[in-house]
Every structure is written in structure tokens, then in C-alpha cells.
Design a binder for this molecule. Structure first.
Ligand SMILES: [Zn+2]
Length: 455
């Protein structure tokens, strides 16, 4: 005897949106790959995943996605959107833009220019599949508002330091406590302004140990402890930083962070190139994150010791920093740069490892892994839909391997944040892309003209 299906819709099975008939690369260890699957969204969250829609379920909108691959949104925890200003130039000068003379500096950017450039950076990140962006630089008040307009989730921070950055590019590290006090106050204001917002989660960003005094680092640690905000920093990014910290403090930057109360699970150390085995052990024991920035570092001829970091159990995330914000290609860079160091292919460095760094690893770094970073029922519907009907996606014997080795940012067709289509058919839905690009170009022209290099 068979049971008749229910005559009418089951109560509660009302889905706002159905992504129908796709291949899901979930990032969830329970079921990492589902082919011909559907995913339902309700109230911004992933409500159901399966192949046979429950009887009686009602659907608000259905996207037919045969030939598409759906992944969790990428999490990029270390970026400075405004520095798109120096793209195509700074990467070939040998050092991070803030230390480089002859190019526009953050201290020269006015709020209107910051707004225009930040919106450009947010659109770029979103269109390449990032759903969470940790952005820290100058003018975080206006840039956060501008980036939030696009629908992107943000972990924004003021760049905190007490060195006078206007003089660093000339090789002069002059400290002024008043600068640090002003920036800390702004960081606290940013937290107060956005606290409780569903998509904006302010963090702290102590620029680096060479540009922050130990007194300021202790104040950042205290604010982090009292507010729960995570802390981004540049950690062992360059020889100049390493040598300056050693000369000033007599210790490594990691040891200074530990002594100042910052070495814990809330710390995100960006770059991590010149880390000793002792530093790595400290980072692992503290459950801190190292944000690996492979494209930026390799472009300047450097590599972070990721095989040693991973073997020690340090949480690794991936970020684009000042390079263009394409998170789709970043797992490939992480895989390549690790294998250059290990000298071959091994079981520790496979596509699933670098994909996890670009998704869950970043979410964990920001304290958001309970909400995002994998396709898991109950988590936010932060998703990327790839058009996998293009030749470089065929065949799909292993969709994750194909994504990591062949995927391109331009393959991103749709991006959803909390179930909202914020990129549809490759275009942002909330802002006019042509206007965003034109305003950013105008701002960049003003800033390059101001350093005597008009174009
Ligand atoms: Zn950076």
C-alpha cells in the first residue's frame, strides 16, 4: 500500500528563491559535491538542499541553473579598495604603496575620492565572487557607506597607526601619539555606527608593528577584548618592517604582538613572509590566522612559508590586498606557490585545501564562520553562480579541480548575499557600474595629477 502525497502545500514550505539543477561545491565536509541539485533560500538563509523538491513547496522565484556551478561566496579578509588608485604601477615599484615615494598616498585622498574609489573596489570584489570583504584604509567612515551600497558584506576598519604616514614613504618613521588616539577614536566610532548591522561587521586594523608603537598596540588589544572586534595587521610583510621592528623592539613582530596582548584567535596577520619557526609556533598555539596574499607577494618576488604554516595548524585565509580583487584565481595562486616551495604535488596541497582557505578560512578569521563560508543549511545564502557551460569548464570529471585550476573571475554570472541577487548576469544590481567606473577614474586622475604625474 502506498501513501498518497499531501494534497496541498505543506505549511512552512514557502521558499523565496530556488537555485535549480546546478552542481554544488559546498565546502561542507558532510557532502562536498552535489550534482543536479537544487538549493532553496528563505529569509536570506539556505533553507533546503536536495534533488527532489518537497511536495507542496511553493517557490517565489526560480533560477534554472543547468550547466552552472554554485559555490559559497568567497571571503577576502585583507584588502584596501581605495588603492585601486595605484594599480598597474605600484606592483612594479618593489614595495607596498604606503612605503613608496612618487605615487599618491592614502594621506592625500579626500573623502569624495575615497567614496568613489571604494565603490569601484566593492563592485570589483563582488563581480569576482566575493561576498565578504575585509577592507581597511583611510576614510573608513565614507568608504564603508559607499561599499555597503553595493550589497556586499563588509568587515571594515580604519587603518590605525601612530607613525606619521605622510613621512614614511620618505624613510622617516616619526611617531605621534595624537595620530594613534585620533584613529582609535574613529575605529570606536565606526563600531558604534554599524554595530548590529546584518552586513557590516567593523573590525580593527593595526597597520603593522613598525608603524604602531607598543603603547598603541596595547590600546588596540584592549579595544579588541572589550568589543570582540577582530584585528587585522600586516605581519612580517617586508625586510624593512622586520629590521625596523628588531631594531626598535629587539624582538620579532609576532613576539611584540604577543607581548601587547594581540596574539589570540581574533588576530589576522597579513602576508607572514619572514616568520621564524618560533613565530609560527606562537601563531598556531594562539589559534591566530595568517592571511596569505600569494598574488601580491609573488608579484614582488616573495613567498609566505605556507607549507610550514599549514603543517603547524595555523588557520590560513586568502586575500588580494592591493592587487585586483579576483578571488576566483587566488586558490590557484596559493596552490602554485605552496608547490613551488614543497617541490612537487602532495596530499597536503590539493584543490579542497586552497578552496577552503578562500571561503571558510577567511570566514573563521573574521569570526563569521557560523554564518557564512560554506553551503550549509541554516547559514546565510552567500553564494556564487558560475557559468560552467564555457569550454574551459568542460569536462567536469572533478568540478572542484576544474574550478581551482581553470575558473576565471569573469565566469561569475550571479552573486547572492543573504539570498539577494547583488550581481545578476555579471552586473551589479544596486549601483550603476558605468557611473561607478567614471567617478573612480575622475578621482584617480585628480590624485595622480596632485603628485605631478597627470595622465
Ligand atoms: Zn595590506
Amino acid at each position: 500500500m502506498t501513501t498518497a502525497p499531501p494534497a496541498g502545500p505543506s505549511p512552512g514550505l514557502q521558499f523565496d528563491l530556488l537555485l535549480d539543477g546546478a552542481t554544488l561545491i559546498t565546502g561542507d565536509a558532510q557532502q562536498p559535491l552535489l550534482r543536479g541539485a537544487s538549493l532553496a533560500v528563505q529569509d536570506g538563509r539556505i533553507a533546503w538542499i536536495g534533488t527532489q523538491l518537497p511536495p507542496g513547496a511553493r517557490i517565489g522565484r526560480r533560477l534554472a541553473l543547468q550547466g552552472h556551478v554554485v559555490t559559497p561566496g568567497f571571503v577576502n579578509p585583507h584588502q584596501h579598495a581605495i588603492l585601486s588608485l595605484v594599480r598597474g604601477v605600484a606592483a612594479d615599484l618593489g614595495f607596498a604603496p604606503s612605503y613608496t615615494p612618487g605615487i599618491p598616498q592614502g594621506t592625500q585622498v579626500n573623502p569624495e575620492q575615497a567614496r568613489a574609489l571604494a565603490r569601484l573596489g566593492a563592485c570589483e570584489a563582488l563581480m569576482f565572487g566575493s561576498t565578504v570583504l575585509g577592507d581597511h584604509f583611510v576614510h573608513a567612515d565614507v568608504s564603508t557607506e559607499a561599499m555597503a551600497e553595493t550589497g556586499l558584506k563588509l568587515a571594515p576598519s580604519w587603518r590605525i597607526h601612530d607613525v606619521d604616514f605622510a613621512r614614511v614613504a620618505q624613510g622617516d618613521w616619526h611617531f605621534d601619539a595624537a595620530i594613534g588616539e585620533r584613529l582609535l577614536r574613529r575605529a570606536a566610532d565606526l563600531h558604534a555606527r554599524w554595530h548590529g548591522h546584518p552586513r557590516v561587521h567593523p573590525q580593527l586594523a593595526a597597520h603593522a608593528v613598525d608603524t604602531c608603537s607598543e603603547d598603541l598596540l596595547r590600546q588596540v588589544a584592549a579595544l579588541s577584548a572589550s568589543s570582540g572586534m577582530h584585528v587585522n595587521t600586516h605581519l612580517s610583510q617586508s625586510r624593512v618592517e622586520v629590521d625596523r621592528v628588531q631594531a626598535r623592539c629587539g624582538r620579532t613582530a609576532t613576539q611584540v604582538l604577543a607581548d601587547c596582548g594581540l596574539l589570540n584567535h581574533r588576530l589576522m596577520g597579513g602576508h607572514g613572509i619572514y616568520l621564524s619557526d618560533g613565530d609560527i609556533a606562537l601563531l598556531a598555539a594562539a589559534r591566530a590566522t595568517v592571511i596569505h596574499i600569494p598574488k601580491c607577494n609573488a608579484t614582488s618576488g616573495r613567498l609566505a612559508p605556507t607549507p610550514r604554516l599549514k603543517a603547524a595548524g595555523v588557520n590560513l585565509a586568502l586575500a588580494t590586498d592591493t592587487q585586483h580583487a579576483d578571488m576566483v584565481e587566488l586558490p590557484r595562486w596559493a596552490l602554485m606557490t605552496a608547490r613551488v616551495q614543497t617541490g612537487g604535488v602532495d596530499a597536503d596541497w590539493q584543490p579542497q585545501h586552497v578552496f577552503a582557505m578562500a571561503t571558510l578560512g577567511g570566514a573563521r578569521a573574521l569570526g563569521l564562520d557560523g554564518e557564512t563560508g560554506s553551503i550549509t543549511v541554516g547559514k546565510c545564502a552567500d553564494l556564487v553562480v558560475f557559468d560552467a557551460r564555457r569550454p574551459h569548464w568542460v569536462p567536469q570529471a572533478d568540478p572542484l579541480g576544474t574550478l581551482v585550476h581553470c575558473g576565471q573571475g569573469r565566469d561569475v554570472r550571479h552573486v547572492l548575499v543573504d539570498g539577494e541577487l547583488v550581481v545578476e548576469d555579471g552586473r551589479p544590481t544596486r549601483v550603476d557600474l558605468d557611473t561607478v567606473c567614471a567617478e573612480a577614474e575622475a578621482a584617480a586622475r585628480q590624485l595622480w595629477a596632485a603628485v605631478g604625474k597627470p595622465y
